[in-house]
Design a protein around this ligand. Structure first.
Ligand code: GTP
Ligand code: MG
Length: 447
């Protein structure tokens, strides 16, 4: 694929989902769209207005009847002439229409993400916008949908462009100072204000980059690990949360060895809950391996649900993985075995997985912690490692520009230019083919 427009070939693809379906939408983009609609539908409909048409093959035989739309470039999704054929969603209809399209000169099936890639190349969206669209198409939870939509609306481009403008004016002031350095009557140095603003910008970038954790939680899920002694009821709890028998439950201590996980949608936030091997010192070889896995998994969790048997007293003794920085919820289980109204000391929530008592409250607590961690989902935040790497690069250059005041002014100005270039890379103002290939490869065909 080449990234340089305008393109002389016209691409087409089935853009709606799996077949059969009520309606199937075939999209086209490129210079031959007009001629193709003319040939297939017998006419080119007025711009952006649906027209009922009978689609015909090269021999003039009817293929299907449906709606035909024409979106003239550059005011189209890809910036080129675009067309849409709304067909009956059967495999035979779609196969026949695609076959007819591929028989036309200058037309070929689109590669994954190629419509979006053309939109990018033609300046309709920036790279973060394209990546956000991929996330929007893949969104499964409400938080993912809202976050992807917020990111798809050009906020990143505006933010980074604003930062680049600040760096540009800083460089202009430094250039001026360099030019007039020899003149004794230049009023006081401009540098002080410049460097103060550059330092402030560095802090702003760091704040923005910190939002990546939130993006990860929204996109990948809030990671919860159930940890506790053998027989506390960890696997029972996992099964109750999943509403199916995922894990084996027995009254034998040391039942679970591997880490088992289920994905839940709690109030629109993706939450991944993992059940682990019960923690105890006297364990056999296999169980000890399971315990090591449990602790490893818990070490990177966002939340540890520390579960213990209420009849066994307080959860004292549960040592958290070293350096654990997430949240902890202390949960007492087997309330049904306790005297009525007994509230186990040292716990946040008490439940009986057996009777279901307290489970709603536990789920609500986990859900609210997950929502809190996901933050305000309407805000934009960096949402790819690529973004964070470039933001870090920009921060490093700003650090180099500000920290060493003995550095030659020319070199400090150069660091500002490099920081600016890193920011430009995020939105794709500067990019390489390899990068574009890797980004658009992850799209589905027809997007
Ligand atoms: N009475 C009562 N028994 C429970 C409750 N929850 C779990 N159990 C029982 O406790 C025993 C252990 O449950 P599991 O879910 O296997 O416990 P675990 O923490 O996964 O145990 P390991 O995998 O060995 O670490 C089983 O016999 C369960 O039926 C509860 O709320 N009340
Ligand atoms: Mg278990």
């Amino acid at each position: 694929m080449t990234a340089i427009g305008p393109f002389d070939d016209t691409i087409f693809a089935l853009s709606s989902g799996g077949l059969p379906s009520g309606v199937a939408v075939v999209r086209l983009s490129g210079p031959a769209v007009r001629a193709t609609l003319e040939a297939l539908a017998g006419c080119v409909p007025p711009a952006r207005r649906a027209a009922l048409a009978t689609f015909r093959d090269a021999a003039g035989l009817p293929l299907d009847s449906g709606l035909c739309l024409f979106f003239p470039g550059p005011a189209s999704a890809t910036g080129e002439d675009c067309g849409e054929l709304h067909l009956h969603g059967s495999r035979a209809v779609v196969a026949a229409v695609l076959e007819t399209l591929s028989g036309r000169p200058g037309l070929r099936g689109a590669e994954p993400g190629e419509f979006t890639r053309r939109a990018f190349v033609n300046g309709k969206i920036d790279l973060t916008g394209a990546e956000a669209l991929a996330d929007l198409v893949a969104a499964e939870t409400e938080a993912q949908r809202r976050f992807a939509l917020a990111n798809a609306q050009g906020g990143h481009r505006a933010l980074y462009e604003g930062w680049r403008q600040r760096l540009l004016s800083a460089r202009a002031l430094i250039e001026a100072e360099l030019d007039f350095a020899d003149e004794a009557d230049v009023p006081g140095s401009v540098s002080d204000t410049v460097w103060a603003d550059v330092a402030a910008l560095r802090t702003e970038i760091a704040g923005h980059a910190a939002g990546y954790r939130r993006a990860e939680i929204i996109r990948e899920g809030y990671r919860v690990v159930i940890l506790g002694p053998p027989n506390a009821g960890k696997s029972s709890l996992l099964n109750a949360l999943a509403r199916r028998d995922v894990a084996i439950v027995t009254d034998e201590p040391g039942t679970t060895r591997d880490v088992l996980e289920v994905t839940l949608d709690l109030d629109g936030v993706k939450v991944i809950v993992a059940d682990t091997a019960g923690l105890r010192a006297a364990a056999g070889r296999v169980e000890a391996l399971g315990i090591a896995r449990a602790l490893e998994r818990a070490g990177t969790a966002d939340l540890i649900v520390a579960l213990h048997d209420a009849t066994a007293g307080e959860s004292a003794g549960l040592s958290l993985p070293p350096g654990f920085a997430g949240a902890v919820l202390r949960v007492a289980n087997k309330l049904d075995r306790m005297a009525e109204d007994a509230v186990p000391a040292g716990t946040d929530v008490a439940v009986s997985v057996l009777t279901g008592r307290g489970l709603d409250a536990l789920v609500a607590r986990i859900g609210s912690l997950a929502r809190e961690a996901a933050g305000q989902v309407g805000e934009i935040a960096p949402f790819r490692r690529r973004h964070v790497a470039l933001l870090e690069e920009a921060q490093a250059h700003l650090g180099a520009a500000t920290e060493d005041e003995t550095l030659a002014l020319e070199l400090r100005a150069e660091e500002l230019r490099l920081a600016s270039a890193a920011l430009a890379g995020i939105v794709g103002a500067i990019g390489t083919e390899d990068l574009l290939d890797s980004i658009f490869r992850d799209f589905c065909i027809g997007k």
